[in-house]
Design a binder for this molecule. Structure first.
Ligand code: NAD
Length: 520
């Protein structure tokens, strides 16, 4: 009853088309299957980045409330782990259906809180939905191994078992996709979960919790707490949490990796990026330039797989002018407007930081061929907008190159050879993704072999793998052993038990041997 009341109020409030229809909403925690108002006196405003309107308020969850969430997850675990995997899968089959039903509402909430265009927000939900679809085959995904007769009358087999309570800490840039990278895989493996969404845009995660409940996920299997550093540290320190999934910046990710690992937890930490594209002169020019513009400026550059640096090789250098034309043709507007190609960046502080990095590039000798810093967008004069910006003649020692900018800023570099271009990328500390555009199989194969990045695109600008593979960032873009989703995701959320069984008629009087048993 309580859930349906809140569901109505949450969905209608969070997705109201205009602020006049919307009453200010303090986001509840979600504990033991109930939406519970936090008793905390402190909260953070969730702000629409296109308008600066306060959409809702996120409480800084108290320690008691956090403990209650972990306790609910711990209590739910014994019966959930013993629930047949086929039943768990069926809940995911229902969940994917409900996400499809409500995809427009989810997308609208994402656009309101995060700023990206509605079409892009649909993509955000859809890429998460694909992970839910993948978990519908969990029985097959967690099959163990069996070897009969490893010794006379003895068989050995392995089984994958859930870990217990797991936790997830999310960034702002994909408010639906990243929670969906985490809890569906974890709970379908038989774990229970405590999720902390980004304090900047928690709405989509709340809607997903409502949908998971409607799909039949039992109380306590998924819990949501809000907050920032204290909630994160509480997750890292809690003895009952066995594994932590993190996606976000390097500062937070390395802190969480160190602190949670020190408490004996498994951690998978996906972090920052500086993704490069190499453009060879034999590439298809139009297709390449379109791909560069889409992957550089889509989502206002706030994707961890955004292509933020282009390395033009040899005869492709003059294409830079055409890149500029395409960038200038993009329409900057609030994400809710149908003609918007890119929306605002997430906060005023993010805008200031991006503008500072652009300026540092100029000061250190880069050429500012497109400057989006002083753009104003009619009707949305208060929005955190930055237009497509291109810095040319960028060198590897510039701050704008070394730092992840995370905004609509494309850096251009030039080299004479593919070897030099690969060398630039390999010397960069990040290793999330890298792409090459070429019509030469030999160049593509050399790139694939020599490049030090976890996700490689060949004529593909944003090579984010579908969920039957894993998201495989490397170098400073990832800490841990087992990546998100795919086979590795299932391995992350399960531990292996290896059973050795003996069923044979033992001859009487065979005596006792204290020697180390060996295969007979
Ligand atoms: P962020 O690190 O600021 O925040 C992520 C989460 O960590 C939030 O829930 C936040 O509350 C918490 N947090 C922030 N600072 C913290 C600290 N010092 N100690 C403890 N907790 C802290 O990241 P963001 O700005 O929300 O997201 C953008 C970053 O995420 C970019 O660096 C981007 O590349 C990265 N990202 C990476 C991937 C990937 O898969 N590699 C995907 C998406 C985003």
């Amino acid at each position: 009853q309580q859930i349906s009341t809140l569901r109505d109020s949450y969905f209608s409030t969070a997705t109201a088309a205009s602020s006049s229809q919307r009453t200010s909403l303090r986001i509840p925690n979600f504990i033991g299957g109930k939406f519970v108002d936090s008793q905390s006196q402190e909260s953070i405003d969730v702000i629409n980045p296109a308008t600066q309107e306060v959409v809702s308020q996120v409480p800084l969850t108290t320690n008691e409330e956090f403990k209650a969430a972990v306790s609910a997850a711990k209590q739910a675990f014994p019966s959930w782990r013993n629930t047949p995997v086929t039943t768990r899968q069926r809940i995911m089959i229902k969940l994917q259906e409900l996400i499809r039903r409500d995809i427009d509402k989810l997308a609208l909430n994402i656009t309101t809180e995060q700023g990206k265009t509605l079409k892009d927000a649909h993509g955000d939900v859809f890429r998460g939905l694909e992970v839910v679809e993948h978990t519908c085959g969990m029985a097959t995904l967690q099959m163990g191994e069996y070897v009969a007769n490893v010794s006379s009358g003895i068989d050995t087999y392995s089984i994958r078992e859930p870990l217990g309570v797991c936790a997830g800490i999310c960034p702002f840039n994909f408010p639906a996709m990243i929670p969906l990278w985490m809890f569906p895989v974890s709970v379908t493996c038989g774990n229970t979960f405590v999720l902390k969404p980004s304090e900047k845009d928690p709405g989509a995660a709340m809607m997903l919790a409502e949908l998971a409940t409607e799909a039949g996920l039992p109380n306590g299997v998924l819990n949501i707490v809000h907050g920032t550093y204290d909630a994160v540290n509480a997750i890292c320190d809690d003895e009952d949490i066995k594994a932590v999934s993190f996606v976000g910046s390097n500062t937070a990710g390395m802190h969480i990796y160190a602190r949670a690992s020190a408490k004996g937890k498994r951690v998978q930490s996906n972090m920052g990026a500086k993704n490069h594209a190499i453009v060879m002169p034999d590439a298809n020019m139009d297709a390449t330039l379109n791909a560069l513009v889409a992957a550089g400026f889509g989502a206002a550059g706030q994707r961890c797989m955004a292509l933020s640096t282009v390395v033009f090789v040899g005869g492709s250098k003059p294409w830079e002018d055409k890149l500029l034309e395409r960038a200038k043709a993009l329409k900057v507007n609030a994400g809710i407007e149908p003609d918007a190609d890119l929306g605002p960046v997430i906060t005023k502080q993010a805008k200031e930081r991006i503008c500072r990095l652009i300026e540092s590039g100029v000061q250190s000798g880069a050429r500012l061929v497109a400057d989006g810093r002083s753009i104003t967008v009619p009707k949305y004069e208060n929005g955190n907008f930055i237009g497509p910006t291109i810095l040319s003649d960028v060198a590897a020692d510039m701050e704008c190159y070394k730092e992840e900018i995370f905004g609509p800023v494309l850096l251009c570099m030039e080299t004479d050879s593919l070897d030099e271009a690969i060398d630039i990328i390999n010397r960069n500390k990040y290793g999330n993704g890298a792409s090459i555009f070429t019509s030469s199989g030999a160049a593509a194969r050399k790139f694939q072999t020599e490049i030090e990045a976890g996700q490689v695109g060949i004529n593909v600008p944003i090579p984010v793998p579908l969920p039957f593979f894993s998201f495989t960032g490397s170098k400073a873009s990832f800490a841990g052993d087992l990546n998100f989703y795919g086979k590795a995701g299932v391995q992350f959320y399960t531990q292996i038990k290896t059973v050795t069984q003996q069923w044979k008629d033992l001859p009487s009087g065979s005596g006792v041997s204290l020697a180390m048993p060996t295969s007979q």
